[in-house]
Ligand binder design. Structure first.
Ligand code: SAH
Ligand code: SF4
Length: 352
């Protein structure tokens, strides 16, 4: 018999199952707790349940888990996890230690359809959306490894492979499960987007209030469209209007990410334009020096150019940070994720 993955089910579906076995409601609460908080991988582990009940469930259901196929540690202690999904696709998650923080950068899609010119994931193109449980399981599986080392993930960022707002329903579901089932505070979650305007509006009204990061990368439409084709569909004026109307919690700011590409978007004029267009939006700017990858012609600006850009924005009253590049030696830095897509296509070609 084809077994059903319990992690792939909504609350109402789990509720149905519990009812159909004529079990009392507290069994439902226990099941959710064991799946999401105790992070079990087999039904056998639910020791709170009678053995017969575990056996009955094991015949019909299983607990889906992403399969770790590679784990690499950088010299700076950043770690990259490569997971295989049930259909053989692969995604990456990156664990970034920073002081007393331990941030997990998770993926939302296999590949990405938006094709930003500086991004390796964009170059792969789109393979598929991740299911809600595949999004959450990156967190659960990495947590399990860390548990053995006495560590816990303190922050989550949706800055891995893919554009989260193009996988809206599943991301929304995942955010609610993180909040309600895992008790992970939305204030410690950051969602980064290239700016899908209609989805951004929906996010503001229907999601728990996570932090928002916008990959801006240029301060005028001409330059932005050149490096981020999605800007043709949702130009800056529309994007910034949506952000001005975004329901921020008191004291909350929007992070603007700005990948610095030598000779493209790093001049004094670019900085002044950026300062001008962000006026009035509670913001924080993260400058990300471009991380080079093979086959991409952009270059990283030199240190001085970056600092000048930063200082100019600071003099205009902004909080501006330079994002340290982590995990470069294991291709785990921003925009360098691509899983083992190439191996995968080769394998599937052979299979055909
Ligand atoms: N799709 C989402 C989230 C994933 S990308 C988004 O675009 O926001 C996460 C961040 O990596 C984005 O801010 C993007 O601008 C940045 N990035 C992509 N490629 C990069 C590269 N080669 N060097 C530095 N940053 C890069
Ligand atoms: Fe997709 Fe983000 Fe990369 Fe652009 S920067 S291609 S939106 S993952």
């Amino acid at each position: 018999m084809h077994k059903v993955n319990l992690k792939a089910l909504e609350f109402s579906e789990l509720e149905e199952i519990i009812k159909s076995h004529l079990l009392p409601p507290y069994r439902l609460k226990q099941l959710v707790q064991w799946l999401y908080k105790k992070n079990i991988t087999t039904l056998e582990e639910i020791t709170e349940w009678p053995k017969t009940l575990r056996e009955i469930f094991s015949q019909k259901y299983y607990i889906g888990c992403l399969r770790l196929i590679d784990r690499k540690k950088s010299v700076d202690f950043t770690e990259k996890f490569l997971f295989e999904l049930e259909d053989g696709e692969t995604v990456e998650s990156v664990l970034i230690p920073d002081g007393d923080r331990l941030t997990l950068c998770i993926s939302s899609q296999v590949g990405c359809p938006l094709g930003c010119k500086f991004c390796l994931t964009g170059k792969i193109g789109y393979r598929r959306n991740l299911a809600t449980w595949e999004i959450i399981d990156q967190f659960l599986q990495v947590s399990k490894f860390l548990q053995k080392e006495g560590k816990v993930i303190t922050n989550i960022v949706f800055m891995g492979m893919g554009e989260p707002l193009l996988n809206f329903e599943n991301i929304l579901n995942a955010l609610w499960r993180f909040k309600n089932w895992i008790n992970f505070s939305p204030r410690r979650i950051t969602l980064s987007t290239a700016g899908i305007v209609p989805a951004l509006r929906k996010l503001g009204t229907s999601a728990p209030s996570v932090k928002l990061a916008i990959s801006l990368n240029a301060a005028d439409d001409k330059k932005r469209s050149l490096i981020m084709p999605i800007n043709n569909k949702y130009p800056l004026r529309e994007l910034l209007k949506t952000l001005r109307e975004y329901p921020l919690k008191y004291g909350q700011r929007i992070t603007f990410e700005y990948v610095m590409l030598k000779g493209i978007n790093t001049s004094k004029e670019d900085a002044l334009k950026l300062a001008k267009i962000l006026k009035g939006i509670p913001s924080k700017i993260n400058l990300i020096p471009f991380n080079p990858w093979e086959g991409c012609d952009f270059q990283r600006p030199d240190e001085e150019e970056i600092i000048q850009f930063q200082n100019l924005l600071i003099s205009q009253g902004y909080s501006v940070f330079i994002r340290k590049s982590k995990g470069k030696d294991i291709l785990a830095a921003c925009g360098q994720l691509r899983a083992n897509y190439l191996n995968h296509t080769r394998k599937s070609k052979i299979n055909k």
